[in-house]
Design a protein around this ligand. Structure first.
Ligand code: PLP
Length: 379
């Protein structure tokens, strides 16, 4: 691999050499008999990553935001949506759904925490019939992990028809997700975070209940490219090893996705979840050892694939980020409105976690520690 700064932002993450090599295929037709099973197997492996037997994956060219847009397939004008908000990405997910006619009720937690289950129960019992409850599994702006198992349990016990829609962009591949057992309806993701593939693929998984809502809706879907009437036959065709065309798939990215999913699914998902849990817990301990505080306010609500950390007094992002960059490590500043300059974010996903011999985590900790010291910080 070409020399480069170690990319320790919360996505895109570091790519495995095999994933990059898989992309460098010669020009290949999207209906080539060699490519068709690659696409078909990728669809099947996405299902395995979210531990589902019969959910429907959609793999479509686009960034993860396209997954938000795909909710146009489920929403009709005036539908009520309850949005559980833990940061910037929750705000923008809601902004997207409003474009498609949703009336949003937001349960917003204080920065670093998450809405309580009691607040969710109260909202669901208020008399409003919610079409969907949305939740950002890990809000990449805060590193807060939502308890989607408990949320889905509450939603399905109070209002079984309400769809549980999870933005899993910063969680799929690094956090435990049991799509079927937890009765989730939608998980939205993409290539460049826990799946360890360059940016450019939107990956969305839909339950049979969600597909029923899509198929029985009464108004037309006001979108062309994100319309599941176009994409569902394509996914079904490739999964049954037949070529089909609606819009040209990103052939080389799908080769890369296939290589990464093969590695991810070569062992039980529990192993991967536990590796991420262990590394993130140790990372938070290191942060506390440096006398710093994470944005996430509790251990259970801390993401396993990234950490957001408050800056110490007197040190600013325009000092810290370039200082780490000069040591060959790329980290990210904050993005929360009004607080962006007050904290930094570090990703710990994929091969940086599953292949400790690469030394990525050690390198980011070393660079952070010496940059802080150079900038005058005393723990
Ligand atoms: C939680 C979350 N949702 C959605 C997105 C949007 O993804 P993309 O930038 O790939 O469109 C991001 C991007 O970082 C994210 O972290």
């Amino acid at each position: 691999m070409a020399p480069h700064k170690l990319c320790m932002i919360p996505g895109p993450i570091e790519f495995h050499e095999d994933v990059l090599a898989a992309m460098s295929t010669p020009a290949t037709s999207h209906v080539d008999p060699n490519f068709v099973p690659i696409f078909g197997e990728s669809i099947e492996m996405v299902r395995k990553v979210v531990l589902s037997e019969n959910a429907q994956p959609f793999i479509v060219s686009g960034s993860c935001t396209l997954g938000w847009d795909m909710m146009v397939n489920l929403l009709e004008q005036g539908d009520e949506v309850l949005a559980l908000n833990t940061g910037y990405f929750g705000d923008h997910f809601s902004e997207c759904l409003e474009i498609y006619g949703a009336n949003i009720t937001t349960l917003k937690a204080d920065v670093g925490s998450r809405p309580t289950n009691d607040a969710l129960k109260e909202a669901l019992s208020s008399g409003k019939k919610y079409k969907m409850v949305t939740v950002t599994h890990v809000d990449t702006s805060t590193g807060v992990l939502s308890d989607i198992k408990a949320i889905a349990e509450t939603v399905k016990s109070i209002s079984p028809e309400t769809l549980v829609v999870v933005d899993g962009v910063c969680s799929v591949g690094s956090e435990e997700i049991r799509f079927d057992d937890w009765k989730l309806d939608i998980v939205i993701s993409g290539s460049q975070k826990g799946l360890g593939v360059p940016p450019g693929l939107s990956v969305v998984v839909a339950s049979q209940q969600a597909l029923k809502v899509f198929k029985t809706r009464s108004s037309p879907i006001v979108s062309y490219y994100s319309n599941w009437n176009k994409w569902l036959p394509i996914m079904e065709a490739y999964e049954s090893r037949k070529p089909a065309y609606f819009a040209t798939p990103a052939v080389q990215l799908i080769y890369a996705l296939h290589a990464s999913l093969k590695a991810i699914t070569s062992q039980p998902m529990e192993v991967r979840f536990n590796e991420h849990r262990k590394v993130s817990s140790e990372f938070r301990q290191t942060i506390r050892g440096l006398g710093l505080k994470t944005v996430a306010q509790c251990e259970e609500c801390s993401a396993n694939g990234m950490t957001a950390v408050w800056l110490p007094e007197g040190i600013e992002i325009p000092q810290l980020v370039p200082s780490l960059a000069s040591k060959g490590v790329q980290i990210a500043g904050g993005i929360l409105d009004g607080l962006a300059g007050k904290y930094f974010r570090i990703g710990h996903m994929g091969i940086s976690v599953t292949e400790p011999k690469r030394g990525h985590i050690d390198k980011v900790v070393e660079a952070l520690t010496s940059s802080l010291t150079e900038l005058g910080y005393k723990a």
